[in-house]
Design a protein. Sequence first.
Length: 337
Amino acid sequence: MKNILVTGGAGFIGANFVPYFIENNPEYHLVNLDLLTYAGNLENVSEVENHPRYTFVQGDICDRNFVEELFQKYQFHDVIHFAAESHVDNSISGPEAFIKTNVLGTFNLLDTARKLWMSAPNQYNVGFENSRFHHVSTDEVYGTLGETGLFEETTPYAPNSPYSASKAGSDMIVRSYFHTYGMNVVTTNCSNNYGPKQHDEKLIPTIIRKAIKGENIPIYGDGKNVRDWLYVLDHCKGIELAFKTGRSGETYNIGGRNERNNLYIVDTVCSILNELQPKSEGKYQDQITFVKDRPGHDLRYAIDASKIENELGWKADENFESGILKTVRWYLEKFKK
Ligand code: NAD
């Protein structure tokens, strides 16, 4: 049995990934390390809590001593690193936590692996030789696009928010551990995810929550900002594939070719709600209100996923319309409780 460390597995994407990975990879025992910040919730992984190949550990990736002890205890074969501060709005009001967790935390994991491997290569080889260190990152590191063009893996980094800057910093540290120490690293940069288990603060859960409570549904600016939406399980499948078959030192963009602006997202969610849970009077669209735009709000993100599609054979299973229907149904159930 190989031990794999998954960081941030009680957050949105990690909590979709953990049960999926355990189910599909019987040769692994998965250790989920999560600090359980406001964004982490063990209910998100309740379906695996008693699984024999699953262990949850609460702890901070920024705590170097703790990380070293954990690596020594489990002698991990691989790491998949999700843990991060992830909400752009919070990075504007309080950037420090983002720099700490996303930059220092990532460095701690990499450097612990390096130090242990250098001290006893036969005992600890996580992230070296055939053991992988997979870093989960975002397309926001590329900055913003105009009306046309796509982010490719060669697009220069130009992060605009403290969140994306901290993720860009972490990507660069990962890169340097490949070039300097020969670590077996892969980074995936993914577009906006949506689906079950996302924190209530994010766009789609906010729309659904406010809509069914009869509150105003806020849209930043004119609602014309475009994001490339990907169903979370398709992201998880892309991570698993790149983790297993990606070339060491490479980065892979993951995106579903589903460019939609915020107005379209809100309108689609409202239309599904009109069908599934009609209001006694009027439509959910009547609750839409425009609010002051977020500072530094990037206009458009869109991913060119040709590299992971052509080289590794990944393809999104869900289109936006099928994925969003599943998603709205899931949140309606959740908010009913
Ligand atoms: P999330 O905020 O929902 O979850 C992050 C998890 O990390 C939480 O469970 C939190 O408790 C944990 N965490 C935070 N600080 C920690 C620390 N110091 N030590 C240990 N655990 C800590 O985030 P998410 O949306 O699931 O994103 C996961 C990863 O995917 C992030 O690295 C993010 O940058 C990346 N990503 C997200 C998206 C998206 O659309 N959500 C898109 C592309 C990439």
